[in-house]
Design a protein around this ligand. Sequence first.
Ligand SMILES: O=C(O)C(=O)C[C@@H](O)[C@H](O)[C@H](O)COP(=O)(O)O
Length: 356
Amino acid sequence: METIHIQTESKKYNVFVGDGVSSEIDSFLAAHFPKLTKVLIITDENVAKLHLDQLLGQLQHRKPIVFTAPGGEKAKTFDVYYQALSSALENRLDRKSLILAIGGGAVGDLAGFVAASFMRGIPFIQIPTTILAHDSAVGGKVAINHPLGKNMIGAFYQPEAVFYDLGLLQTLPEAEIRSGFAEVIKHALIHDPAFYDWLLSNIDDLNGLTMKQLSYSLIKGIQVKNHFVSQDEKETGIRAYLNFGHTLGHAIEAEMGYGNFTHGEAVMIGMIFALKLSEELTGLSFNIERFISWVQKLGYQTRIPMHISNDQLLQKMKQDKKSVGETVRFVLLEEIGRPNLREIDDSLIIDRLQKF
Ligand SMILES: O=C(O)C(=O)C[C@@H](O)[C@H](O)[C@H](O)COP(=O)(O)O
């Protein structure tokens, strides 16, 4: 087992990574929450089928309450958030209760926001079941979506611990692997050129990832994440670099309808667009053609779906949290591992979207 120490301004906690680490949760609860009253598990319908019995088995004596959300981004609506809070109230959770988030990014975001807002905040633990969650489960961004924008209602609220059980990742469908691995590639591009080179030379088939490759990729990604969140928990500065690829990525997701296009696949298109802008505006010297053919081989789409209008995308980008006033800001790269934030004119965005 590998332990990564996360240290933000508000909280220190550990991310435990390894095959079988989720079997340590009960002893963690006993050691750290001796006065624990109730446990609410928040999961989704897909994860529940695959992993819930195994986790319930070890927590049986705590008689956990289970709230099951719909799969994917459909978990991150006002309605589902309200239902989860109602379940916490009806089952009489109190301030000595705890929430366990078992699932991917969407479940973690929902459960974290329920934990942050229930009685003004109760503890929660993340048990990620996807590759994407190496990003979303660490750093404390918790949120639900609004039809006008992704993650628009949320908080910065850190978990007590993250139990990253690699055994739970064995059943991931291909699209989910691709979605999560896009964030791994993002972490390498924004901060770690050596890791990027390693990915390029070692990863050529996302379905054939070995346990060693997977665990190395996740650990490296989490370390990059920690680098940014430990210095800027609330995104007043460098944390925004973690949003590389997300300005256009979030707009594509919103235009496609949440859940109809995976987060990571939208971010991959956003990263390619941002790399092209970087070449032009920051002088980035990078072999984009090689990058594109590598990610195409990994199964990523590299173009914006045809039916989406560029004007609509621009409107969505203006609602991005990085925008200031009406001006859209993109994370660009000066070099691999050297990001910066740039304001980009609407006319340039529209023109480059047309040529993309
Ligand atoms: O943790 C962060 O900070 C990130 O920006 C990570 C992103 O990969 C992640 O998708 C995040 O949820 C998006 O952030 P948002 O602030 O644009 O909602």
